[in-house]
Each structure stands twice: as structure tokens, then as C-alpha cells.
Design a protein. Structure first.
Ligand code: NAI
Length: 794
């Protein structure tokens, strides 16, 4: 074709990026890679290797070591040996290493981008312009945190040795999201890249050598799920950070339940892309291209569910189809390609299977007519319309270039549809009306909301999910907290294991032999005192064995009623912080006026002195959280784009609380007050040792303007009530104080809906010391951060 003809046709010619340097790099390593352990390359202990392929043509790129438990052990050992020295370095010195890594990423950016594209299949335009620059930005940003950490987080220390497991969709970027904050806060790491995409992690190991990073600080062990599992189960790992499927996230939660590993999980999503009728439709369509066809849709926060206001649906579908017809699918090293290759055959099969099922369930499938490459794993951009909200393609992550479209009529319906999945990772809202956009953003159950934009990420802005999309944040200040712990907590002594975890059932009585009804403390559900479903009660005795009274013996049904009441009261989260503060002050006022009565009740169990101190400090604690209620603010981040990101601290929802045994009143107030202060509703099980305190608490809450259902109290045996609480799908988080056995049960039983769990890790918290038992640390666990990105400028 002549130039003149090309000028008229305006057809793309091939514009391939040169893979020469990447191929030379592979050849320099003889196309065979060992693990990177203790600063050196180590052969796999089992002698096994597996191949990694270029999904755009199916060709083998290199052989990579298959890690086993012995390799993981060697890597963890190296990380542990390096840990204290790395922690002891001056913050400025750690900052220099991170800065050096950022510089090296930039220097080698071309090699890294090409290698990423060859191993993963993503368009070079994306790896070159998005992934690798963000990797560098992450190391720069965290070089800054390394410098500032000691002064910004006094009293905190690193977790220690961190195991990190990452997926294949953003191989080097996920590595950066994991390694940069871990190193900045003084941890050493063992990272396992995904089996489909290990190469850039191995190239990064080379950069660690080039930067002179002390041996053992970063270790990279390649392998499959079994290698990841060995890392998760290794007893000398202090924290696991995982990104990947919800299914594996759940397995990790189960595998670590009996350990004290700190966990952060970034899991799947089914993110809504909501377009209102007043949106700039052309911009929204461009956003959608980015939202679902970026990285072939293999993106955890992909805008895979299009929710369109009914009045614009036909116009919008027309525009989307037109735009889809211009997308180019092809070899990812071609710079003029929009959609590259799917990472592997299994993923392609999965996409095909799910689309077929969606069509079987009634969806209409539309794909533009376009030339597809003959070799490699490709899937065309796909639009599924008339999708029913319960269809598999509206509920489950497809992880491919497939958009499922639905309509709504009102903002309220949009929010309902948007929140109608088990996930809660990201969301987009398109409307020119800022009031509507922010009103909707506030109601979305998602860790990130992009207003009139999509897929923006930055190292300064936390990213992570609500609900089954996981918990913990990556990026920003909150991301750093995932890699540290308060020193006092890390070194707190163990609580003794309870001698009798099994309830003594002969204490239970039925109504016929029960003492007069006025001596039995009832349950407190929905703002009312109610009799337990079983009609049974438990005898409560003093330290000397004298009968003090009867407390209701709550059961499964009572917990369910309490959860229902708590759910109904969730408008508590929408009351103003000032109001919540006033209610907590009022509680303190009422406790103060009943001081001597409450001391009198408590002293038979804990002694007069402790009873007096508990009441005094409970007053102080209520005041403290009343003070915090309107001061635990979020932040406004300034990412390097024309956006601000508003980071809001939002309540988690309905929280189940197992209160500490030994400090009945102060322990209860110390856990419940921070949860209420930030807008959660609560179902609490008070101290099994002195549940009669519940009677005093009802009076307190009844007279303090707390709306019915915001706080619910079910007395009874922890061993029976915890299970129902932990397994309940309408409980969003569990706070559990107890011995090792109790907290392990709380963790193990709550994996079903992946609810967030905070426990005392079987350690003794000094509830009388406000440095331990009060403040930001509790509030941080009582909230989750939502980042709302809002663009500015014309
Ligand atoms: P996956 O969750 O199995 O793999 C992610 C990482 O976890 C890999 O490094 C893998 O080796 C490791 N792993 C697997 N089993 C493990 C175990 N039992 N213990 C510890 N580590 C383990 O994801 P997969 O199979 O690659 O993709 C399947 C689906 O998961 C995708 O179709 C997609 O829906 C979802 N996914 C979501 C991602 C996200 O970013 N949220 C990323 C990758 C996949």
C-alpha cells in the first residue's frame, strides 16, 4: 500500500515493540531461573522446574523453579536472619534502599515492560505507560515513608517476616504494592509470584542485587498454589499479604486461624459502573473502555457490571457498540493494540464457559466483528445485555473482557443493584451532578469509588475492599498500618487458657425451678429487654461461690434476633458524628449517676477496689470515644493527577463482640464504645464470668437516647454464642477477646463470608491502661476506608 493510499485508508500498520533486550535477558539466564534466597540464586530443593509461556503465541519463555516446603523454609529462615538488622537500620538508610529500587525500576523500565507483556499478554501500551510507572511511583512514595515512619508511628514496630502471594494480572505492580510498604516499615519478605507470570519478579530480584539490598531482606520463591500454601502455613511467618481469588483468600483464612499471623486480603470484585442520564455519555464510554477492556478485563476492580439509567440505555448501548467496534485485539507487543492476550488457556476456557452460561440464563451476547490473531489465547470484547441481576455473569467475577449490562430507574435502585453482590472492591459513578454522584458514592459498599473517572491508582491512596473483596488497604497511611503492630500488643503476655471452656450445664434451670423472674437478667434486643428463646438461665456466682443471681442463657435464635435488630438500626451510621458523641456523653452521665449501684453489683465478682476503678475508667472511656466521634477524620489525598481522593473512615456495619472475661464493665465499654462512636451497630456477649453487668448496661442504654437495635446484648456461654455470631452472614466483623482457643475459633468460624476479625490474639490487654485499651488503634479496626476519587478542572 502506498503512503497516499494509507493516508486515505487510515489503517493501522504493525508497530511492534522490540523484544531484543528482554530476549537477551532471558538468554543471559540461560532461560532457566532459580529461587532468589538470601541474596543469591538457589536451585529448587526438589529439583523441579516448570515452564512459563508467552500467551500471545504459546511459546515457552523460560523454565522456572518449582518451590516446595524446603525452599520456603530456607527463604523464611533467610528473612528471619536479616530481620533485626534491617529493622535496626536508620530510617534514612532504609529510605535510600527504597529510593535506589525506584530509580532502578525507572532505569530498566523498558526491559520490565516488555518482559511483563511477554509473560502476561497485556498490551505494551499498558505495561509501559501504566504498570511500570506506578511501580516506580510506589517505591518512591514508600522511600518517603521509610524515612518518616519512626516519627509518624511512634510505639509501632514491624510485623517481622512477611509472606506475600500475588496474582498474575499485574505481576510487577502487585509486587511493588506488597514489597514497598513492607520494607519501608522494616519488615523482611518472602514473595511468591503467580505461576503464570514469574519473570518480572525474578528481574526485580536482580534489581535488589544491583541496589545492594542486604541479603535476606527480599526473597523470591517461585511455584504454584502448593508453594503459596507452604508459605501460608510456615510457623515463622508473622504476616500474610495476599492478592488473588476470594476462594484462595478463604482458604488462607482457614489455614491461619490457629496462628497469630496478621492477614490482609485483596480479593475479587464485581464492580458496578453506574451511568446516570445526566452523565457526559462520551466520556463515560471512554471510561468504560478503561473500566472493562483494560488488561483484557483481568482486573480485580474491573467495571464489569454496567448499570445504566433506563432513559439512556438504548443510546448508550449504541455508543458502546460503536466504540467496541474500534477496539483492536492483537499481539500485545504491538503498540497500537487495545486488547492483548488472555493470560492462559485455563483462563480463556473459564471466560468462554461463563459467557455461555450467562447466555443460557437469558443474556444477549454481542461481539464486534473483528480479525482475531490465529495463534495464542484471545477473547473479543463482549457485551452481555438483558442480564438478570441474579445471573452468574452479574454475580461472579469473569476476569475477562466481558461487560454485563443492566438498567435502573432511580438512584436508589442503582445503589441497591450496585450493592447486590458479595463483593465490594470498587465502583464508578458517572453524573454531571456532584450532589447525586457523592450521595450515591457514600452509599456504595466499596473500598473505592471513582466519580466520572475510572481505574485510577496511586501509592498515596489506599486500595482495598469491603465484604468478600477482602480487607486491609494497600497504599497510603492505612496501607502501612497493615505491616506494623503496636509494640505493647506484640509483646503482651498470653492470657491463661480457661480451665473449663465447656459450660457447666447443671447450672441451668428451666422456668419451673427458676428463681423469681425479677432476679433474672433478660437479654437486650432491639432496645427492649426480652426473655431468652430457651427460657433457660445461668447461675452467676461470686468468687467465693455464693449465688449472685441468674442471667439469661441466650441461644442461636437470640443471636439471630439480635443481628436482625442490629441490621435494622444501621441508620445509626448516618447520624452525625456530633450526635453520636452526644449519646456517648449521655451514657457517661447516666453511668455517673448510678455509680454506687454499679460498683455494688460489680464488687462481688471483682472486689471493691477493681469495681470502683472499672466504673471510673468506664466513664473516662465513654468520654474519650465521645471526644473521638467527631475527630476520627479521613483525609484528602493529592495524587499526581487532576483528582482529589477523599479517604473516608466508614463503619464496617454490624459487629459481633465477645467481651473480655476478667474486666466485665470496663472491657465491655472499651470495645463497644469505639464501635458505636464511628457508627457501627453491635451484638455483644458480655463477660461470661459476670454477665449480670448486662442488667446495669440496659438501664444505661435505655436512658441515653441510643436508638433501639444499635446495641444488643445476649448473655450466655461464649462457646455456644460465638459460633452463631461468627457464622452469621449479616455480621460484618467479629471482635473477640479470649484465650488462644477462643480466638482461633472466632477466626476459623468466620471464614464463610470472610468477615473482618479483630482479636486480642489470646494476649492480655491491660484494660486499665488507656495507652493500650483506648484510641486510634481500636477506631482503625472499627472502620474501613473508602477512597472517593473526584476529578477537577475542565
Ligand atoms: P488464585 O487465587 O488461585 O491465585 C493467586 C495466587 O495465589 C497465585 O500466586 C497462586 O499460586 C496462589 N495460590 C493458589 N492457591 C493457593 C493456596 N491454597 N495457598 C496460598 N496461595 C495459593 O487465582 P487464579 O487461579 O490464578 O485465578 C482464578 C480466578 O481468581 C480468576 O479467574 C479471577 O476471577 C480470580 N483472581 C482475582 C485476582 C484479583 O486480583 N482479585 C487475581 C487473580 C485471580
Amino acid at each position: 500500500m502506498s503512503i497516499a493510499e494509507k493516508f486515505v485508508a487510515m489503517e493501522y500498520g504493525p508497530a511492534p515493540e522490540d523484544p531484543k533486550d528482554a530476549l537477551a535477558w532471558l538468554d543471559r539466564h540461560s532461560r532457566r531461573f532459580e529461587h532468589f534466597i538470601d541474596g543469591a540464586w538457589r536451585q529448587p530443593a526438589g529439583g523441579a522446574y516448570f515452564d512459563t509461556h508467552d500467551p500471545s503465541n504459546g511459546e515457552k519463555l523460560a523454565a522456572v523453579s518449582q518451590g516446595n516446603a524446603a525452599d520456603i523454609d530456607a527463604a523464611v529462615h533467610a528473612a528471619r536472619a536479616a530481620s533485626l538488622k534491617w529493622q535496626a537500620l536508620k530510617p534514612h538508610v532504609r529510605a535510600r534502599y527504597l529510593y535506589a529500587l525506584a530509580r532502578l525500576v525507572q532505569k530498566h523500565s523498558r526491559l520490565l515492560a516488555v518482559l511483563e507483556t511477554m509473560d502476561n499478554g497485556k498490551p505494551i501500551r499498558e505495561s509501559r505507560d501504566i504498570d511500570i510507572p506506578l511501580v516506580a511511583r510506589h517505591f518512591y512514595h514508600h522511600a518517603g515513608w521509610a524515612q518518616l515512619c519512626d516519627r509518624e508511628f511512634p510505639g509501632y514496630e514491624p510485623c517481622g517476616v512477611v509472606g506475600q502471594i500475588i496474582p498474575w494480572n499485574f505481576p510487577l505492580l502487585m509486587l511493588a504494592w506488597k514489597i514497598a510498604p513492607a520494607l519501608a516499615t522494616g519488615n523482611t519478605v518472602v514473595l511468591k509470584p503467580a505461576e503464570f507470570t514469574p519473570l518480572t519478579a525474578l528481574a526485580f530480584a536482580g534489581l535488589c542485587q544491583e541496589a545492594g539490598l542486604p541479603p535476606g531482606v527480599v526473597n523470591i520463591v517461585t511455584g504454584d498454589g502448593a508453594t503459596g500454601e507452604a508459605l501460608v502455613k510456615h510457623p515463622d511467618v508473622d504476616k500474610i499479604a495476599f492478592t488473588g481469588s476470594t476462594e484462595v483468600g478463604r482458604a488462607i483464612r482457614a489455614a491461619t486461624a490457629t496462628s497469630h499471623k496478621k492477614i490482609s486480603l485483596e480479593l475479587g470484585g464485581k464492580s458496578p459502573f453506574i451511568i446516570f442520564d445526566d452523565a457526559d455519555l462520551d466520556s463515560a464510554v471512554e471510561g468504560l473502555v478503561d473500566g472493562i477492556w483494560f488488561n483484557q478485563g483481568q482486573v480485580c476492580c474491573a467495571g464489569s457490571r454496567l448499570l445504566m439509567q433506563e432513559s439512556i440505555a438504548d443510546t448508550l448501548i449504541g455508543k458502546i457498540r460503536d466504540r467496541m467496534s474500534t477496539l483492536r485485539v492483537g499481539p500485545p507487543l504491538d503498540k497500537a493494540i487495545d486488547i492483548g492476550a488472555i493470560v492462559a488457556r485455563v483462563q480463556l476456557d473459564r471466560i468462554q464457559r461463563m459467557v455461555a452460561q450467562g447466555v443460557e440464563e437469558g443474556a444477549t451476547c454481542w461481539q464486534p466483528k473483528m480479525a482475531m490473531p490465529e495463534r495464542g489465547f484471545y477473547y473479543p470484547p463482549t457485551l452481555l445485555s438483558n442480564v438478570h441481576p441474579t445471573s452468574i455473569v452479574a454475580q461472579q467475577e469473569i476476569f475477562g473482557p466481558v461487560l454485563a449490562a443492566m438498567t435502573f430507574r432511580t438512584p436508589r435502585e442503582a445503589v441497591e443493584l450496585a450493592n447486590n453482590t458479595v463483593y465490594g472492591l470498587a465502583s464508578c459513578v458517572w453524573s454531571e451532578n456532584v450532589n447525586v454522584a457523592l450521595h450515591v458514592a457514600a452509599q456504595l459498599k466499596a473500598g473505592v469509588v471513582w466519580v466520572n473517572c475510572t481505574n485510577l491508582f496511586d501509592a498515596a491512596c489506599g486500595f482495598g475492599g469491603y465484604r468478600e473483596s477482602g480487607y486491609g488497604r494497600e497504599g497510603g497511611r492505612e496501607g502501612l498500618l497493615e505491616y506494623m503492630e503496636p509494640s505493647w500488643f506484640k509483646h503482651a503476655p498470653k492470657l491463661p487458657t480457661a480451665n473449663s471452656a465447656v459450660p457447666v450445664l447443671d447450672h441451668e434451670k428451666d422456668d419451673s425451678s427458676a428463681p423469681p423472674i425479677d432476679r433474672t437478667i433478660k437479654l437486650y434486643i432491639g432496645g427492649k429487654q426480652v426473655r431468652p428463646d430457651s427460657g433457660y438461665s445461668m447461675a452467676v456466682k461470686s468468687a467465693s461461690g455464693e449465688l449472685l443471681g441468674e442471667a439469661s442463657l441466650g441461644n442461636r435464635k437470640d443471636i439471630r434476633n439480635a443481628v436482625e435488630a442490629a441490621r435494622k438500626a444501621e441508620s445509626w451510621s448516618k447520624t452525625t458524628a456530633h450526635n453520636r458523641a452526644q449519646v456517648l456523653y449521655y451514657c457517661a452521665e447516666n453511668l455517673s449517676s448510678r455509680r454506687s449501684e454499679v460498683v455494688g453489683h460489680l464488687e462481688s465478682t471483682v472486689g471493691k477496689q477493681q469495681a470502683q476503678v472499672e466504673v471510673e475508667l468506664s466513664l473516662e472511656r465513654l468520654f474519650a470515644y465521645a471526644a473521638w466521634a467527631d475527630k476520627f477524620d479521613g483525609a484528602v489525598h493529592n495524587p499526581p493527577f487532576r483528582n482529589i481522593a477523599i479517604a473516608m473512615n466508614e463503619p464496617i456495619g454490624t459487629v459481633g463482640v465477645i467481651c473480655p472475661l476478667e474486666v466485665p464493665l470496663l472491657g465491655f465499654i472499651s470495645l463497644v464504645a469505639p464501635l458505636l462512636a464511628v457508627g457501627n451497630t453491635v451484638v455483644a456477649v458480655p463477660s461470661e464470668k459476670f454477665p449480670l453487668i448486662a442488667g446495669d448496661l440496659y438501664q444505661l442504654f435505655d436512658t441515653s437516647d441510643i436508638p433501639g437495635g444499635v446495641i444488643n446484648i445476649v448473655t450466655g456461654y461464649v462457646s455456644q454464642l460465638l459460633k452463631t455470631l461468627a457464622e452469621h452472614d449479616d455480621i460484618d466483623a467479629i471482635w473477640c477477646c479470649g484465650d488462644d482457643t477462643t480466638v482461633a475459633a472466632a477466626k476459623a468460624m468466620s471464614t464463610g463470608n470472610l468477615k473482618q476479625v479483630w482479636t486480642n490474639e489470646g494476649r492480655a490487654i491491660d484494660w486499665f491502661d488507656p495507652h493500650q485499651a483506648e484510641g486510634r488503634w481500636f477506631l482503625e479496626h472499627a472502620t474501613q476506608v473508602k477512597n472517593i476519587w473526584v476529578p477537577y478542572g475542565e
